[in-house]
Design a binder for this molecule. Sequence first.
Ligand SMILES: [Mg+2]
Length: 281
Amino acid sequence: MKNQSDFTVELSRTAFFFDFDGTLAEIAPDPSGVEVDPRIVEALGALWRNSGGALAIVSGRTVDDLDRFLSPLKLPASGVHGLEMRDAEGEYRRADYDGGEMERLTCAVASFAEQHSGLLSEVKPGSVALHYRQRPDLHQACADLAGRLAAELPGVSLMRGKMVFELRLGGRTKADAVAQFMAMRPFAGRQPVFVGDDVTDEDAFREVEGSGGYGIKIGAGRTAARFRAADQGAFATWLCHIAAISACEKASLLSGGQIERAEPDGGIGRSGRSAATSGAP
Ligand SMILES: [Mg+2]
């Protein structure tokens, strides 16, 4: 049983990790059409400074993409579910993967997307995503293709997200990204907090929950995170509040009412909303 001090946020002792889509920005029909509220960018910048730089974005997007959406900030970041990393010193590295397998994957997904209007194939370093947000009727056909490619290509793992199947090389997850940051300054020795909205964030929730920290899940759905924000707006309000406190102050995690304990059944307790799916297709 954790004591009450686990539920306070002290900026000098906390390492903050945030997913991007559905967490810092509302999900848009087209991934390139996402917009980030300027107040979120401002809050992230303030929290990054006030926490002594112990803040990183951990996303399925590329680091370049994150920089573009969060401009002018260039925060520590992990892209493509842990394949890319830019650390707190600004040093960039990328995990190795098989170029031949990447080419086969890219061609197979692009050719499928070309045959079905409304599907979008997104190529990233070491990963190809098949988005079907505009064609939910094609969920099963996309699932079949993704499953077949993951079975045929030995180095490829399949990840299911919100209206997207992502095929990745290198076998890394967001949990690996968090663990990598936590081994480095200024993250090391702090209490890790991970905030995310999708099934792809569950590895990271387990990682932080297992290493003395806690997860905050945005929206409904079963989760390994101990806490929950009802929606992206509630989280944004909490983020702005936390960003406004000074480095030596403590803030209660639950006092503003935006964050609550996650109910075991995956529902949202306070608002009484039903337990919907996690958003995973
Ligand atoms: Mg997300």
